[in-house]
Structures are given as C-alpha cells and as structure tokens.
Design a protein around this ligand. Structure first.
Ligand code: NAG
Ligand code: NAG
Ligand code: NAG
Ligand code: NAG
Ligand code: NAG
Length: 395
C-alpha cells in the first residue's frame, strides 16, 4: 500500500503548491444555453446499457458486461499499474502489491468480494488488479453534483464525473491519460430482481460500488470525494490492520440504492453509517424539498444542507469542498455552477438546462469523463461521454 500513500501525498502537495501560485480561473466562460440535446465538440458519445441480474450468484452478475468491455477494462487496469510503476520503479514491488491486493479483496464484504472475484475470472485478470481498480475510484475523483426542484415541485439530479487528477498528463494532446481511458468503460446499468428494475446506475464496467443512481419514485443518489486532512485514509489502513467496522463509501451507496426503500431511510444510512474515508453524499427524493448534501467525516454527518424552497433554496450544488466553506480558489466549480443555475431560473429547470450548466467551463473540464442526468419520478437516467477541447481548465 505504500504507493497509494505516495500518490496521495504527491497529489496533496501539488494541490497546495498550485494554490499558492495561481489565483484566477482563466478558463471560465459564459453560461452555455444550447448544448442539449448533446452535440458538438464537448460531446463524445453515449453509453451502452446492460442488465445486472441480482438473482444470479454474485460471481455471475457482471460476466456479460465485463465480457463486452474486456479490452477496455484490461487497458485501464494496465494504466493503473503503469502509474504505480512510475512511482515505485519496481516490478517486484508491484507483484507483491498485487498479491496483497488480492488478499484485500478477500476481506471485502459480501456480495462485493464475490462479485469482484467473478469479474477477475471473467476477464482472466489477476484478482489484485480488479481490486485495485475497485478501490482506486475511492481516491481520485473530483466531481460536481446538483439536486434541484422546478416550480411544480419535480426533482432533478445531475452530475459531472471528473476522474484522473494527477494520474498522468498526455502532453501531445493535452489530456489526462486515465480520464481518456476510462471513457469507453462507462456503461448504464439496470439492476434487476425478478426481472424488475430495482435501481439504475451509470458506472464503470467492472466497478461494483455505485457512484450515481436512481431508484424510481424514491430517490436519486450521487457521491463526491471529500479531501480531508483529518481522517483521510486512516480508515483504509485500519481495514488492512484488521479493524473492519467501517464501510467503503461506494459499497454503502450501492447497498443504499439496492436496499433502502425511502428517502428518509437512505438519508439516515448515508448520514450515520461509519465510513473508511470522508465523503459527500448528494441525495434527492421524489417530493418537494427532498434534496440534500450530506457532508461526512468517517464517523458522523458534520452537516446536512437541505433544499428549502420556501426560503429560496431551490437547488444544492456540491463539488469537493464543504458547503459552509469557500472552495479552493484554483478549483472553484461551485460558483460557476451556481451562477448558471441562477441564470437558468427555477421555472426553466429541466434535464436539458442542467446539461447546459454542466457543460460550462470550468464545471466541464479536462477531467470530466461523463455527464449523468437523473429524474426520479420516471426512474430515468441518461449518460453522455464528454470532451473538453482546448482552451479548457485541466480540472
Ligand atoms: C490523446 O492521445 C492518446 C494517444 O496518444 C489517445 O489514446 C487519447 O484518446 C487522446 N485523447 C484525446 C482527448 O484526444
Ligand atoms: C425472467 O424472464 C426470463 C425470460 O423472459 C425467464 O426465463 C425467467 O424465468 C424470469 N425470471 C424470473 C426470476 O422471473
Ligand atoms: C413520485 O412523484 C410523482 C410526482 O412528481 C408522483 O406522481 C409519484 O406517485 C411519486 N412516486 C412515489 C413512489 O411516491
Ligand atoms: C441487500 O439486502 C439483501 C437481503 O438482505 C442482501 O442479500 C444483499 O446482499 C444486500 N445488498 C447489498 C449490496 O448489500
Ligand atoms: C445565486 O443566487 C443566490 C440566491 O439569490 C445568491 O445567494 C447567490 O449568491 C447567487 N450565486 C451566484 C454565484 O450568482
């Protein structure tokens, strides 16, 4: 696990250095208003749909989707290994980490351990690589999520998934290497029991935790990374040392999407379950004012910011900073998103206008893999792959 620490420390150091050096965002632009339906240079295509049959044994559930995406998944796992290699410069250390990660996989809770094993055997990859891919995401994401309510009380939820910060920059075409490789791995998933949809999600093929999803008529859910000095990844180390009472955050979101049956229950689980690392959960319900950002430390909800339409709060926006604090000056996606929502106005809120907001730089940036739009009453989800040609903010 030493490489993880190195990568995380390098990332933190880089963020701090840049924070001192640069002040204003030179890439900001006027709010986009004609991006939807998606076309043009920032639209890179749509994603395919797959069914995950929860009636199958966990080891069988992902076989169809990872067979279809085998090449892409193997490329991403190799990229992750290459990145480690640039940090540790030792094939031997990588091999030893691979076997430690395989062991880590066996300590993960059911059904995730079994699903990950099934994926590894379906694509004939070392178990450790699939485990690394599944916990990788917990560490390197920066995102923007929005829950909003229109004037009729209908709820909408949308998110940009930004991934790959500091994981290698391709100088030739000025893009993040991992971000580019992840795009073909994005899929839309329909989780079913008894041939009926339980929830829908957009996700990476072979990633068993959930990052965005909708449960029809009940709630929508996304999670964003919370970089926090206190607490950080101590939970992950405790897990390695055998203290395993906390939850991996994307496993919690998956369990909530699969098994929670009300907005209140989802909110309670997301706010009160002990986690391995800090996180933001962005939850939308199916009724007026059901929408919130839950700011989590490992053990508690530090703050819950709710929609409050009577007092003019008809949206909540979360990037990767605590809602009660200003965002980092060099990474302010919050104010541009709020500014564009204000320009849109509550009367005009729709999936299309939310797509416009999420298409405005720097909310859209070079880390953006995809934009996902969720509508709870119809249980609707749509996902688009994104591109951000120059000039465009690197994050
Ligand atoms: C950048 O170039 C690499 C190959 O050098 C390619 O795989 C990737 O798709 C390119 N990215 C973009 C955004 O064009
Ligand atoms: C689901 O549908 C398929 C074919 O439509 C059928 O063979 C299968 O038995 C059904 N499964 C359940 C659990 O109802
Ligand atoms: C969700 O909200 C819609 C109205 O926006 C309503 O028609 C529907 O019955 C609600 N669904 C549930 C399960 O409450
Ligand atoms: C949801 O609950 C069922 C029944 O208790 C359980 O078998 C399943 O593993 C749970 N799902 C997750 C993702 O934890
Ligand atoms: C958006 O509007 C709200 C409410 O009027 C205001 O408090 C906020 O400062 C505005 N934000 C931006 C970035 O324009």
């Amino acid at each position: 696990m030493r490489a993880w620490v190195l990568v995380a420390a390098a990332a933190a150091a880089a963020l701090l250095t840049v924070a001192v050096v640069r002040a204003r965002d030179p890439y900001a632009e006027e709010c986009k208003i004609h991006e939807y339906p998606p076309t043009g240079p920032t639209y890179k295509g749509t994603v395919s749909n797959y069914i995950i049959n929860l009636d199958l044994p966990p080891s069988q559930r992902w076989v169809q989707v990872v067979h279809a995406k085998k090449t892409e998944l193997l490329i991403v796992m190799k990229t992750i290994k290459d990145i480690f290699y640039t940090f540790v410069h030792s094939r031997k250390l990588i091999a030893s980490m691979e076997s430690k990660l395989a062991w880590l996989g066996s300590t993960l809770p059911y059904p995730f351990n079994e699903e990950i094993k099934g994926i590894a055997s379906a694509v004939e990859a070392p178990l450790g690589d699939v485990v690394a891919f599944n916990i990788f995401y917990e560490i390197f994401t920066v995102c923007t999520s929005i829950v909003t309510e229109d004037t009729s009380g209908k709820l909408y939820h949308a998110r940009n998934l930004d991934f790959g910060l500091f994981l290698g920059w391709d100088i030739q075409n000025s893009s993040w290497i991992t971000t580019g490789k992840l795009k073909p791995l994005m899929v839309s998933l329909d989780f079913q029991k008894n041939n009926k949809t339980v929830f829908k999600s957009s996700n990476f093929a072979g990633y068993v935790g959930m990052i965005s999803g909708v449960k029809q008529g009940i709630f929508t859910l996304t999670m964003n990374e919370r970089f926090s000095i206190d607490g950080g990844y101590i939970g992950v180390f405790e897990w390695l040392l055998g203290q395993r009472d906390g939850w991996w955050m994307s496993f919690l979101t998956r369990t909530v999407l699969e098994n929670s049956t009300s907005y209140e229950d989802a909110k309670d689980k997301l706010a009160n379950t002990k986690l391995l690392a800090p996180a933001y959960f962005i939850l939308g319900g199916n009724k007026s004012n059901e929408g919130c950002i839950i700011t989590r430390s490992r053990t508690a909800a530090l703050n819950i910011k709710n929609l409050d339409t009577k007092n003019g709060i008809w949206y909540v926006v979360e990037t990767n900073y605590d809602p009660w604090k200003p965002p980092l000056v060099i990474d302010d996606r919050r104010h541009p998103a709020m500014n564009c929502l204000n320009h849109t106005k509550q009367e005009k809120i729709s999936l299309g206008t939310l797509y416009n907001v999420l298409s405005t730089k720097p909310v859209l940036n070079k880390l953006t893999v995809s934009t996902t739009l969720l509508e709870v009453s119809e249980g609707h989800i749509e996902t688009y792959l994104r591109d951000c040609p120059d000039p465009c903010s690197p994050w």
